[in-house]
Design a protein around this ligand. Structure first.
Ligand code: HMG
Ligand code: MG
Length: 303
């Protein structure tokens, strides 16, 4: 069966914009986030407190945060998580009153080195004090795990390897674990196999989210496979923006509009006003100077 409702974890302002060639002005980012909240999205990942040289597109996190405090579209229950790689990042996030953070680990060695400048195990040790201190401060922590299905340098990634790193993040204190197909190579059978691996390890499916990229056009099929296994939290990016600057061939995230079109067609509630979301992505595409890659945005804007 399918869930009655899916919680969409919107990543456009972070995963989307971190990969844009052009720098988006901070007031445009704030308006984008406000519009995303206003269309009914309850979780909108806002920015990253990573090293500004590593991700210059999000180097304005300090300027963005105060603008989010009194967003026009802000509704009670709106969550605005921010990415935090280490204690320095946590200090910055705490200084700006973040209430939700996410750490981001890698299931492979090569990507840990490229994205975090350390081995996968060293990266885990970097996150441990972040998660502990965040929990003490009453902050909700999500754990991302990247390269859960395939890695551009290492090829297919064994299920046991992914489960082992994922369980470490959960045992460390992450409330939720997002399984990332960073380069969009997964197919539905692999999704089922990975979720079965987590079930064997005793991880409740309610603690898992899926994060698909649409590189090979599989993101919606993979999402449906995950929903059938009981997943109810799905990451998506408005307009299909994004990728990851440190993963060769990580093109667009699953577009939130494509996800909502499928879910509403299946009778699954999202709380999202699709027309208003499409208008938002159309507006953002104009700011970025290129059309949205989302098929649903193209279809509805052309209609
Ligand atoms: P490093 O160079 O190893 O850092 O980078 P370090 O600890 O050696 O520190 C070096 C200097 O950086 C020090 O300054 C630190 O203070 C400073 P110095 O003392 O030399 O003057 N520094 C910082 N400054 C500001 N904010 C910070 C910070 N940390 C250190 N947070 C580091 C290590 C983790 C910082 C770096 O590798 C980094 O920032 N990486 C982030 C990469 C990134 O953001 N990637 C994209 C997000 S992941 C993703 O998109 C995948 C996902 O969507 C899921 C999926 O699709 O799979 C989540
Ligand atoms: Mg991503």
């Amino acid at each position: 069966g399918l869930p009655e409702e899916v919680r969409i974890h919107e990543v456009g302002p972070r995963d989307g914009l971190q990969n844009e060639g052009s720098l988006v002005p901070v007031e445009v980012k704030a308006e984008f986030i406000g519009r995303l909240a206003a269309v009914g999205l309850r979780t909108v990942e806002a920015t990253s407190f990573v090293h500004p040289k590593w991700v210059p597109q999000l180097a304005d996190a300090e300027e963005l945060m105060p603008r989010l405090a009194d967003l026009p579209g802000r509704h009670p229950g709106l969550r605005l998580p921010v990415l935090v790689p280490n204690e320095r990042g946590l200090d910055r996030a705490l200084a700006h009153h973040a209430t939700d953070i996410a750490v981001f680990a890698s299931a492979t060695e090569t990507f840990a080195r490229r994205n975090l400048n350390r081995s996968a195990d060293e990266a885990m040790e970097m996150f441990r004090p972040v998660v502990t201190r965040a929990a003490e401060a009453g902050i909700a922590v999500r754990g991302y795990l990247s390269m859960c299905f395939g890695d551009p340098w290492e090829g297919p990634v064994p299920v046991d390897q992914v489960v082992s790193f994922g369980v470490q993040l959960l045992e460390m204190g992450c409330a939720e674990l997002s399984l990332g197909d960073t380069i969009g190579v997964a197919t539905p059978g692999q999704v089922r196999a990975l979720l079965a691996g987590f079930a064997r390890a005793g991880v409740p499916v309610a603690r898992l989210a899926v994060h698909f990229h649409d590189t090979y056009g599989q993101a919606l099929s993979n999402t449906l496979a995950a929903l059938r296994e009981g997943v109810t939290t799905v990451d998506a990016s408005a307009g299909g923006l994004g990728g990851c600057p440190y993963a060769k061939s990580a093109t667009g995230n699953l577009a939130t509009e494509d996800l909502v079109w499928m879910l509403h067609g299946l009778g699954v509630r999202t709380g999202v006003d699709l027309r208003a979301l499409v208008a938002t992505s159309g507006w953002m595409a104009e700011r970025l100077g290129r059309p949205s890659p989302s098929r649903t945005v193209q279809a509805l804007l052309g209609a």
